[in-house]
Design a protein around this ligand. Structure first.
Ligand code: PGA
Length: 259
């Protein structure tokens, strides 16, 4: 059996509370019930996450926090702890996104500590991995990605199969989705690593999502790859309409995989 697929929308630094509410309303009109065949999640800024949880969006869509500090509480001005985000309604936590690495100095080591924090707070870690264009040109893609997920492994292994990976080549984020052959190759290598660490059966149950430039027209091709179990979508998740178009395309792709 393949892992349960998921669609996760990452709003990044977008949408104040009023816009988030409008998004939730448009989504609820288009999708009045929870999806059966896949998990649908969004990662809004923490302020909107709280507001959306209050309005019950969490009953339709899983709420995911974009980041949590490595400590749960203490004298860390400006930080948000994983237990606070869980309190606000988050169920999942994005970890190691390349924008966190690039703009906020996160490292493989701090990513591992964030994964520990997620596990302590009962949040599902979604670990992002991906190489830069320079690393790809130098033939280092697999080594970089392996080092990224292995660094977080001590924490992830304690959350058993409830964690997920997202392969996001840095050069595709905000641009065009990567070529299917490159996506397939990296996902296959991640799957082999997971099976080696966890054993075949458990390794096959960890969902591996692709992210980077995904639009509705890319969905069938991506989901057609054997080890692509989900999508992480930034820009195209900001409007409920384009997010729902991706969701509908995913449902069609999953249906056709089953038939
Ligand atoms: P994008 O972002 O879909 O806008 O490329 C993906 C991400 O950064 O998670």
């Amino acid at each position: 059996m393949r892992p349960r697929p998921f669609l996760l929308g990452n709003w990044k630094l977008h949408h104040r509370i009023a816009q988030a509410r409008a998004w939730a309303q448009a989504y609820a009109e288009a999708r009045p019930r929870r999806c059966e065949r896949l998990d649908v999640a969004i990662a809004p800024p923490a302020t909107a996450l709280w507001a959306l949880a209050q309005e019950g969006l969490g009953e339709r869509v899983t709420l995911c926090a974009q980041d949590a500090y490595v400590e749960d509480q203490g004298a860390y001005t400006g930080a948000l702890g994983a237990p606070m985000l869980a309190d606000a309604g988050a169920k999942w936590l994005l970890i190691g996104h390349s924008e966190r690495r690039r703009h906020f100095g996160e490292t493989n080591e701090s990513t591992e500590r964030r994964a520990q924090a997620a596990v302590r707070a009962g949040l599902r870690p979604v670990l992002c991995v991906g190489e830069t264009a320079q690393q790809r040109a130098a033939g280092q893609s697999e080594a970089v990605v392996r080092a990224q997920w292995q660094a977080a492994w001590p924490a992830l292994r304690h959350s058993a199969c409830s964690f997920a990976l997202a392969y996001e080549p840095v050069w595709a984020i905000g641009g065009q989705s990567a070529a299917l052959a490159d996506v397939a190759c990296m996902h296959q290598s991640l799957r082999a690593d997971l099976c080696e660490q966890l054993g075949q059966q458990a390794g096959e149950q960890v969902p591996i999502a692709y992210g980077g430039g995904v639009k509705a027209e890319d969905v069938a091709g991506l989901l057609g790859q054997p080890d692509v179990d989900g999508l992480l979508v930034g820009g195209a998740s900001l409007s409920a309409d384009s997010f729902v178009a991706i969701l509908a395309a995913m449902e069609r792709a999953i249906e056709s995989r089953l038939s």
